[in-house]
Design a protein around this ligand. Structure first.
Ligand code: SF4
Length: 516
């Protein structure tokens, strides 16, 4: 055998660089389901099923094209496994197949890249790491962009990407609509009447292959969190394209306007839910951007909605990946606020009387998904202010969300959400009282707590922890100009004599949550 092409679970793209110069007469593909990926964090059942179903469909797609695929398929008997982790299985397969060289597109996980390189060295083989063309911005290009800059700002990077790739730009080189940013238009809430019949996402009926995976997951990982009842996810390339069409046709016209709003029992609203299929590479961001821009030019969707979607793809997604590779491996160790607590138990089972958290957690348990405001301003906000270890929050996110892959999750959770990186990704901690949640949702209407109350039996835990968090982080955040106003308000609480009872109440809450 000439080359063994390694395809990981988040690299399901037949046009990826790993297949350049592939010769089916001399080369073969290697893929493996491994126990380690399901249990190094306690993965949601839906997440395991999604990855394995996508991988098995991709394997069969390649075999139908006469490509030889060596695939470790897990069964319900752990004793059948040929190895617990990638490295062990790969070592055995290298021994049996005797390839001359290993080829892989750059993995999305620092640890996996190290393991593959180690294994190649141990086996005395060359390994060729090829660039991941899925992304607009290559790792080297981002390193060059970051070189010499004191701080890295999304907005600067995003504008550069828009210009470079000529996305939503006029012929005279200005941004479409004469504005780079429509955030002001994109903070609408629903009001008393609620959302206007959002179209539910297309439901893909599980085929026989997916059914087999669902039965396997139910048997082998029965004690893992979440449920498989809602498995209607896309698992093939045609289904991924259908999901994109569905989003552009039905949800994009309202996506931006209501992107920060939340509503009881509406997990998806006008959000795309494309991140999971993008992150396993069944979908390419260029085709998403192209379709969204077409919708703007045809008059189907207004600019604020389209720009908000484009910003997520060529701005934020590319920016966090660049940071990940620029800063790893030290980035994973960062803990700027010295937060060390374990997450409360309700982050795994949703059992809490906080209405917003219970609903957001139900979305996680049912769908392996919440939209970005429920992630950042409900679950992330609470974890930050409670004082959970930022890496543990990342591990939880990796376990529970379908779209979590290390390069995306780590900067978004440890960085943006938990401020563990001290301001590399975001410019300030995203913390708020319950009043923010009240403004953006109807959650507080059905809650036993009151968002404006900071201590006592009716106090909203978000509000209690907000003041407690600011007070205990005051010194560490004192030099952050963007926090100046929030920190100044501590004096107001202090003058009113409220800080003592608030901090006492926060202590009591922390102790009771830790005991659960
Ligand atoms: Fe959440 Fe507080 Fe509102 Fe209850 S009162 S729903 S805990 S923000």
């Amino acid at each position: 055998m000439r080359n063994l092409i390694l395809i990981l679970g988040d690299q399901l793209d037949a046009d990826s660089s790993a297949f350049d110069d592939f010769d089916s007469e001399q080369d073969a593909v290697w893929m493996a389901e491994v126990e380690e990926e399901t249990s190094y964090v306690w993965s949601h059942k839906l997440r395991i099923a999604f990855f394995f179903s996508c991988m098995r469909h991709f394997r069969d797609y390649l075999r139908e094209r006469d490509i030889e695929v060596h695939y470790q398929e897990l069964t319900h008997r752990r004793s059948d496994d040929r190895g617990k982790d990638f490295q062990t299985v790969l070592r055995k397969d290298i021994y049996n197949l005797r390839p001359q060289k290993l080829i892989v597109t750059r993995p999305g996980h620092y640890r996996v890249l190290q393991n593959l390189e180690d294994q190649a060295e141990e086996s005395g083989l060359e390994i060729e790491i090829r660039p991941d063309r899925h992304f607009y911005c290559d790792v080297d290009e981002f390193t060059e962009y970051a070189d010499g800059r004191k701080s890295l700002l999304l907005e600067t990077f995003y504008r550069q990407m828009r210009k470079k790739h000529d996305v939503l730009m006029t012929s005279s080189g200005d941004p479409e609509g004469d504005n780079w940013n429509f955030d002001e238009d994109n903070r609408e809430v629903f009001g008393k009447q609620g959302p206007d019949n959002p179209t539910p996402p297309h439901r893909f009926r599980p085929d026989d292959l997916t059914q087999e995976v669902l039965e396997l997951v139910e048997k082998r990982w029965s004690d893992h969190p979440g449920s498989l009842n809602n498995f209607t996810l896309p698992v093939t390339r045609p289904q991924a394209l259908q999901m994109l069409r569905d989003f552009i046709d039905h949800s994009l016209p309202k996506f931006g306007t209501f992107e920060d709003a939340m509503w009881t029992d509406e997990a998806f609203l006008y959000h795309s839910r494309l991140s999971a299929i993008l992150n396993v590479k069944l979908l390419n961001p260029r085709e998403c951007v192209e379709k969204a821009v077409e919708a703007y030019h045809s008059g189907h969707a207004e600019l604020n909605n389209v720009e908000g979607f484009v910003r997520q793809l060529i701005g934020w997604r590319e920016f966090v990946r660049g940071i990940y590779w620029l800063k790893m491996p030290d980035y994973a160790e960062k803990n700027a606020l010295s937060a060390t607590r374990d997450l409360p138990k309700f982050f795994w089972d949703g059992q809490t009387d906080m209405n917003c958290v219970r609903h957001a957690m139900q979305h996680v348990l049912d769908h392996g998904y919440t939209h970005h405001i429920e992630r950042l301003m409900v679950l992330g906000n609470l974890s930050l202010m409670y004082g959970a270890d930022p890496y543990k929050f990342h591990e939880w996110h990796m376990a529970m969300y379908l779209d979590s892959v290390d390069w995306a999750s780590l900067p978004n959770t440890l960085g943006m959400s938990q401020y563990g990186d001290g301001g590399i990704v975001g410019t300030k901690p995203y913390c708020s009282t319950g009043k923010y949640i009240k403004r953006m949702s109807n959650y507080c209407e059905g809650c036993r707590y009151r968002p404006e109350v900071a201590h006592g039996d009716e106090a909203c835990p978000f509000t209690t922890f907000y003041w407690d968090f600011l007070t205990r982080s005051e010194k560490k955040l004192a030099n952050n100009n963007r926090m100046a106003l929030q920190l100044k308000n501590i004096d107001r609480k202090r003058d009113k004599g409220e800080l003592g009872p608030i901090r006492e109440h926060a202590k009591h809450l922390r102790e009771s949550w830790a005991k659960q």
